[in-house]
Design a protein around this ligand. Sequence first.
Ligand SMILES: [Cu+2]
Length: 692
Amino acid sequence: MAITQSNNHPLDPATPEELALAVELVRKQYEVPLHFKCGGLEEPPKKVLQKYLQAEHAGETPEPVNRWVFMMYYIKRTPRLFEVIVDVTAGRIVHQKELPRTHHAPVDRIELNEAAQVALADETVKAELERCDLGDNVVVVDPWDYGKDDENEQRRLTQIFFYTRNPKNNDPASNHYAFPLDFMVIVDLIEMKVVKICHLPLGAEEITTKHTGPRKVGNPEEPEYDHRLQSKPARTTLRPLQVIQPEGASFTLTGRLIEWEKWRFRVGFNWREGMVIHDAWFDNRPIFHRLSMSEMFVPYGDPRDPLHRKGAFDLGNVGAGITANDLSLGCDCLGLIAYLGGHVVNANGEVVAKNNAICIHEVDAGIQWKHTNHRTGQASVVRKRQLQLQTIITVANYEYIFYWVFDQSGEIEFETRATGILSTTPIDPANKDKIAFATRVGDGVLAPYHQHIFNLRIDPAIDGDNNTISYVDSLPMERDSKLNPYGTGYITKETKITESGTAQTDPYKNRIFKISNPDKINPVTLNPVAYKLVPIASQVLLAAQDSWHNRRSHFTDAPIWVTKYKDRELFPAGDYTNQSSGGEGIRDWVARKDNVENTDVVLWHTYTFTHNPRPEDFPIMPAEFVRIALKPVGFFNYNPTMDVPPSTQAVNKSTAYDPTLQVGADGVLSSTLNGLSVNGSDQHATGSCCKK
Ligand SMILES: [Cu+2]
């Protein structure tokens, strides 16, 4: 029964065999059908893991570590929810518990599709659709995770919004978010029946009066994003830009281990966090133990019932691994690409491959450093090469793109992009009311304000596990007749965080957060070696402090959190976020008031896109993005990129601009290249090569 011959690294994602075995061992205990919600690697306790990693880094053969799988499941069609940890090396269950009824597992696609069919078959829904008078216009349903708003509501629910295909084309690929209908329903997922039907506001009114007439459909100027359906042909002015590495990649990928330009780290993957970076070292020195996007909350600002329930935890309620895209060569990722994936468990307990969930490639990021000696006229210049790991998730209407970017300078950046389609609600095209909490983005289409609140979990290991976090402000020096008589001086002031808690960002003080190792002194600066977090200064949660949104999303009301490391504290809004009642998560962890000085600490950074939609975000949103930086600050003795070879034309082979190859004023290319026609319209088919 057990998988005894396992050569898997303790940080490798759960394999299909391990997941299948875990499902089998759980199923064996029951004679009733089970509804599986998730399954993935349960990472070893840090002490066990550190022993393994230390041996590995010392070049010894580490003692194998038993592999564990974590899962959540229901007894099918009941509210009975369990979590389990299966030791798949030993073939036995090591932890199993039934959760209280206040706890709910994530949504899953199989179940939501079933709920959508139930809604469409419901007699009251049919009557509503008849009232809407849609003719042959096809209805599209959009199930959402249900936002808790009532202490006593413990049923497992989903809220379903209704749209139609574009009435002008009725095409399955049309953008239904441009054609919202004026009602929604709530479906009980255990009874599998519609339990409530609500009409949606069609203007600025506080309360929705029951709609009696047909739907009020708008006529947006450009509702479609699919190139085949757009009203205008694609532009023809772009010439190809290709990324070529004629001698191959500079990185090596061995299993899940990546080595590149003095970096060495492992790439994990699980259903919830998706891509995870483990055990990151630079030039044989440990820097970060674990880096992950830990949670996301997307609360909506339209306060009106039933729209006040829109608030989704995209990791805990759905999963960044579950929703990871199958990335494709030449579409999502340009250049010389390596891919990594993983496996998840679906509702039926089947193992599903998430192929190409992560793409890995090098990018040229401009200049790393340059100086021209004006006395000799000689320039020294080095280009900035980076290694980029990208994952893209699709959570219903939205896409999020996450990148870990490793730089030759020892810097790491984390980039977050938001794109995809706004979650929309209808507005009467004839209505001219001013709406304070939403934007009209197209005729008949209202896009409520909302926030995308992210939390990045940083488990540092700056030259070892015992680190201290402080913040450093740049401040004007006090006037002093001897030292600062002209008032021109300024200083930095470092404040240690000694007890677990929160801290504020402060762009007016140029505040950065320093992670240092007090036991390792840099011989140049005479200060402890350190990295700094350059945070994103952004808004915290705008919903009221006593709101359900606030209660449920522990990490959203402060930008910086510092905790003492504890096994299994990975998810700052709690392990169970779907329909959660709140009261579990990082606020409890910091309330322990642990000593966090020169010990194993975790730094958590919350940052926000406050997204007040623009018409330019419609019908699809140009990616919004921010980058968080983790930079060495007195970790090295001098610039770690000194040994990067100079940038030369002999290697880079760039070409000079040729006016005979330019695009004509009519948008058509005017010359030929290598005897081939380069007429723009031939070069750019409107179809996409990207996989669906
Ligand atoms: Cu948004």
